[in-house]
Design a protein. Sequence first.
Lengths: 788, 223
Amino acid sequence: MPDQDQYSWPPPEQRTYIGRRMGRVDGLLKSTGHAKYTYDYNPKGLLYGAFVRCPYAHARILKIDTSAADSMPGVKAVEIVQKAGSEIYWAGDEIVAIAAADENTVRDAVRAVRVEYEQLPHLVLDTQEPPRNMPADTTPLSLEDLEDMFSNQVPAAQMTKELKERGISFKLEDAPLDRVPSNIAEAVKSAQQKPPQKKAPTWYKPAAAETQGDSDAAFQAGDLVISEGVYGLPMITHCCLESHGSVSEWTDEQHLLVHASTQYISGIPGQMADAVGVPASNIRAVLENIGGGFGSKFGPDRWGIYSAKLSKKAGGAPVKMMLTRAEELEVAGARPSAHARVRVAAKKDGTLTAWDSFGWGTGGPGGGGSPPIPYLIRDRVPNYRTQWTAVVNNVGPARAWRAPNHPQACLITMAALDDLAHKLGMNPLEFFKKNVDLTGPRANIYSDEFPIADDLMGWSKRWHTRGDSAPGPIKQGLGMSMHTWGGRGHQSECDLTIQPDGSVTITMGTQDLGTGTRTAIMAVAADTLGLSPQQITLLYGDTRYPMSGGSGGSTTIGGVSSTTRRAAVDARDALFVKVAPALGASPDQLECANGQVRVKANPSKALNWREACARIGAVPINAHGKNLGGRDPLMNSGVGGVQMADVSVDTETGIVKINKMVAVQDCGLIVSLETAESQCYGALIMGISYALFEEKVMDPTTGRMLNPNMEFYRLAGIGDIGELVVHMMVNKYDGRGVIGLGEPPVVSPGAAISNAVANAIGVRVPFLPLTPARVLAALEESQKGAAA
Amino acid sequence: MSVRDDRPADVSRRKFLKISGIAASAPLVIGTSVIEVQGQEVAVHGPAAVPVVLTVNGQRFAAELEPRVTLLDALRQRFDVTGPKRVCDRGECGACTVLIDGRAVYSCTTLAIEAQGKQIITAEGLSGQNEPDRTQAAFVNNDAQQCGFCTPGFTVATKAFLDKHPHATDAEIAHGLGGNLCRCGTYRGIHGVVAEITGREPKGNAGTTMIVDRLATSLKGDA
């Protein structure tokens, strides 16, 4: 067996499937409608669950009367979720859960429940700039504070810093430290214990300013070009097409089976155990396919927990709890908003010298994200000052949304830099090239990607200064942006079994979000064993299989590919030992290729796969694959990508049309090329969607979302996308190993499109989405300015 | 029992009140009853379940359904035909698209009782036993699917669209397939599907494609 550190990826000439277009292995299953999702699971005796939800954005429950529902024919179970006296922080929060024999009955039962509320003052808007110089919260951190930080993806460095400075007000034994990253757990353990302090109620949670150098002085220096602006993006939703939900059933008094639409199947039992009152080992969670997650489906959620509780009450009958579309858009998570007032300075030759920003945004009751501003160049701009204030309000909860915090930081930074380039009179491509070293370790990647993007877009040939001078109302423009993401693979394990009859099975407790996880696992196993994917069976999506991490943070491809490679190499080498005598060679002289086990130096000395496996004997070969987590040399982190957009804007109607987008993307060693490209195409389209259309519109009076449907919460359609060009950096950075790709390409489109619109019409539209109303308002504002 | 606003769209409120007044005083009958309203015979369905027979993918399905049950819910919940998906449930996204007598319709805004006596084809019924439907195969060839939740509806819509527009233009695609929404962003692949079937040059084909094809050629050359 090879030493743990000696696992490596096969060289290019030994890759038949890795890095090639092999076709999605689950393709036909999906396109013919046979793929099964959680929503499609219809066991015998199925009951339908639904929630009574709070209609107010902020309220206290005074009284709950379920008697009319209890006695309704067909109602099988009723559970109070939040008792009288509870304070509710967003409209749509769950109050009572009900299960009934059919869906219409459960909806009738929900309507029959009477709940009395005391309405409390609410805030759902976040566009108003918060007051400056508010003191940062120095009170000791409560468990809720920590939970908020996790749900808002506050960076680990900031969490450990705050733990050190503020201390904690909870007992260590109350904290679920086994479920948080080890560095955070250590910081919690070493944090100072302090008595809890009452916090003054506030809508604002300011974080301490972060600085480098002396930005105030830097802006005073002579011979600078300074640009100022306000930029922002609203809250948007995930709008997974398969809504959130689960089907739970008790197979006996002590054992629970859960079908969950989740991005983390291996993590479901541990997250449900306490709530449903059985050990995690008594809970089996399964899924075959998931209809979208995008960061919003990691936990069992109330719908998972209450499907199990209702099932228990109903004698173990399966209870399906899938959210309606309105619920999906109102309560199942949203991307935090972000706005910032920015001042940025450069020398006349374009060298960036100083950044100053004051930002704010909301993620609902938990506050909001903490975008890494200035994006990409933070820590390397000689002077910066950046401050962030979270707006704590009643818009509903935030969840991780594909590349948490990055699209926000990217829009704010790249728009500000694009405005600065305009003031400098520089082509933005030249400006970004000039300052590329500020991006640090990935400067060489961006430098490799710039000319490719330039070529594919025709940027240098077609770029014009701001404001298309062509006659007529239609103005065309180009914009660009850059991005990064971590994407180091998660911890993952699998078993790979080779039977004496030659059949091969892989079992892994992972899930395939449609990113191509199954295809990638097959590519790695097939190339390692010299087989075709059709000869391998993959079993996944079940907690009975070896654990694999959650599909978040673009960690899946690194996790599953490294684990599969390790298991397949070990199984292959065990097979070599069995086969070597028959081929008259030593095991290390053998290789697997073209469905054969053969002698490397003399490929005509070979056994076909079945003949070779017949030498295994009675006991199948089983290899357990387990990657090394963060230090696994088969994987890495930190990708670079450059994107460009070409738009046309009708200055009479304000309508923005995408002509073309180019994405040039690195992700280290590419495992599955076709599905990798599809990730980029999909990210461009999702980016077009949030750049032009998407916004969770809140009504300040009622505190409710005004567009919880797919007519007014608009997604891009097939006619909205223009021409899309994706260039993967193939065979360029293979030596870095495998790096996650799902999130990074969705970071840049908002900024690239915003910059293209500014280039077309000559004025910045400060906020996304770039709706006709916002475009026309920006044009009108600029004309007022010109007239004055 | 509670009063529900389930009246069909073509019944005026005034007429509806009269009908419901009569229905409320008549004994509740399972199934469809015929009552006389202003000298005319009117069929009244429900509110209790009525026998419904549907022909789905060539197979006969029968169930007792309340008249308010949509075709989508009948297919999914009663007949376990789950290719059509419930996403928006109000005619906005197309994930529930099925063919009724060859026409693409949203099954979430069609009542099951309306679809009786018609040929209903879902994504599962497009392909033959041994050979996949050409459109569905093209979805695989062009990787026009990711999570796959919009896909069964999209394949049905695309087939119906291409049957009608064998030489579809970009404007026709934008309009004809604009009623199906995808969250993962597979539209570029779907343009590829249309290109494959109509025999057009696919758009946006620069980028990696050229490089990898060159690479594959050079590797073959080495072997």
